[in-house]
Design a binder for this molecule. Structure first.
Ligand SMILES: C[S@@+](CC[C@H](N)C(=O)[O-])C[C@H]1O[C@@H](n2cnc3c(N)ncnc32)[C@H](O)[C@@H]1O
Length: 261
């Protein structure tokens, strides 16, 4: 920037404007996603109240934006040759599992949600999956002990997308504790979202995002990977890989390495 300023003050100020706009766009998209999610939950709750038998697919634009990049990560870490099981925790609308499942026809995708109002959408996506390997959703509160989850305890993989930063920290603890009980030894947990690392949250758009989450609920916010590692290791889960993703997100691959009872 200093170099540009010296030779072309116009180019330097254009560059500055570009960075500011870029940051504001990222931040606005994230905040819009949060509000769209809340609105869709309310709309769907009202519509399922009046037409309870109708199954309605909801669309989260954020899920459409990130699903292809997340699939690439799954392609690198999931074994396509095994007849295994995947548990998605907080499936949202059901878009992700329904999109991933046809790429792994031998794996069975178990879906779940905490919000009852999203269940019909998950069912609708699952029913339309051509490979028929997405199961109907179960209600899961990640804080509840896994024995209340109504799922088996021999999963090969678990996925959790965009939940950690929008929930209080006990939800992250519940995630690692319970996932450790339902994963086989060697099984993987893949989490996706915005994360800080060693106290550093980059770039500015993620710091804005974090501030906006905490303003709504001071118990929620972007988590530091080092804090998550402390929790995961308590429950026999180790950090395996951090994958940088588009739009300043990360996919974190965790592996169950020890028995936890
Ligand atoms: C931002 S949405 C992400 C949904 C979906 N995974 C996606 O990426 O489109 C956050 C999700 O966390 C879920 N959630 C909130 N509290 C939860 C809890 N205590 N247990 C499990 N899921 C929870 C919400 O119901 C919601 O589906």
């Amino acid at each position: 920037m200093e170099f540009l300023k010296q030779y072309s003050p116009d180019a330097a100020s254009m560059m500055k404007c570009y960075r500011i706009i870029n940051r504001k766009v990222y931040f606005s998209l994230r905040v819009l996603d949060m509000y769209a999610y809340r609105l869709k939950c309310i709309q769907n709750y009202n519509s399922t109240k009046s037409r309870s038998e109708k199954r309605q697919k909801i669309n989260f634009s954020s899920a459409d934006r990130n699903k292809t990049a997340i699939l690439e990560v799954l392609e690198n870490f999931f074994d396509k040759s095994i007849e295994g099981k995947v548990l998605e925790i907080s499936s949202g609308t059901g878009q992700h599992s329904a999109y991933f499942a046809p790429h792994f026809p031998k794996l069975t995708f178990y879906t779940s949600e905490y919000e009852e109002s999203l269940m019909d959408s998950i069912r609708a996506y699952a029913a339309d999956t051509p490979t028929k390997n997405v199961k109907e959703p179960v209600l899961i509160n990640v804080i509840d002990d896994w024995t209340k989850w109504n799922v088996p305890n021999d999963f090969d993989y678990a996925i959790n997308i965009n939940m950690i930063h929008v929930t209080p920290f006990p939800c992250s603890i519940g995630l690692f504790k319970n996932v450790s009980s339902i994963l086989k030894i060697g099984g993987l947990l893949i989490t996706y979202g915005a994360y800080a690392n060693n106290g550093v949250l980059e770039p500015e758009s993620n710091r804005d995002f974090d501030r906006s989450i905490r303003k709504r609920d001071p118990n929620c916010g972007v988590r530091d990977i080092q804090d998550l590692i402390k929790v995961s290791e308590t429950y026999g889960i180790s950090l395996k890989h951090i994958q940088e993703m588009p739009a300043n997100n990360k996919c974190i691959i965790w592996q169950k390495t020890n028995v936890f009872k």
